[in-house]
Write a protein that binds this ligand. Structure first.
Ligand SMILES: [Zn+2]
Length: 238
């Protein structure tokens, strides 16, 4: 490879490296994933609230069962007391007591219906949330995988370019590389241009006949009289 072709190839590699590094640093997938992870934590928090609400309802129902058992025991007790002959004169009080307990049992049954309906609703909300979260989890996992794959692809490309760059640098004199590096820095990555006919490939200023004449005697790589980039006079075709 001629020095001119080497410099052009080097510039191509450096531009690709810069593009790839920028793509890697600015991957929109990373920001999206961060957002999704935040949303996922919120969903988990909501699911915990649903679970707590369901547990509350289950506890309420257990309390109602306990109250009912207590009332039933009181009914049994009152009824057995009523059988005793010595208690016959207290019959009215027992009846009042039983009526009171019956009212309580009625209230318990009424409350239970509400709680059972609420529990069904809570369970269905919970099941929906669980399913939704599972799907969400799967999508986060898939997005993470895809982002990792994309990042790995870019990293591989960067590594290949770096190897090519290192190998390329060894083929030319280090002073030429110094000149290239300076030009690259000065012209923001585009320090080398190629003469196409009478027109340099970057600045596109057509060279005058006298400039063309003076370039005839010059080395393979000269300096553009207009923009002062490194000007490759003749590069071998790739
Ligand atoms: Zn130029």
């Amino acid at each position: 490879m001629t020095v001119g072709s080497t410099l052009l190839k080097l510039q191509e590699l450096d531009l690709a490296l810069e593009r790839d590094q920028a793509a890697l640093d600015g991957m929109p997938e990373i920001a999206q994933l961060a957002k999704k992870r935040k949303a996922y934590l919120k969903l988990k928090g909501d699911a915990n609230k649903l679970l707590a609400a369901r547990k509350d309802l289950e506890n309420d129902l257990a309390d109602l069962d306990e109250d009912e058992a207590f009332c039933n025991a009181a009914v049994d007790q009152a009824q057995s007391e009523m059988q005793k002959p010595e208690n016959h004169r207290l019959m009215k009080e027992f009846e009042q007591q039983l009526a009171g307990i019956a009212k309580k049992l009625d209230k318990i049954n009424f409350a239970r219906k509400d709680k059972i309906a609420a529990l069904e609703k809570a369970k269905s909300n919970e099941a929906y949330a669980t399913e939704y979260i599972a799907k969400f989890e799967a999508s986060v996992i898939e997005d993470t995988r895809a982002a990792r794959e994309k990042a790995d692809e870019i990293r591989n490309r960067i590594e290949v370019s770096r190897h090519q760059r290192d190998a390329l640098i060894k083929t030319v004199d280090s002073s030429i590389i110094d000149t290239y590096n300076k030009a690259s820095k000065r012209f923001n990555g585009l320090g080398v241009e190629k003469l196409e006919g009478t027109v340099p490939s970057v600045c596109r200023m057509s060279l005058s006949p006298s400039s063309m004449d003076s370039l005839k005697g010059a080395d393979e790589v000269a300096e553009c009289p207009y923009c002062h980039r490194l000007l490759v006079i003749s590069a071998e075709e790739e």
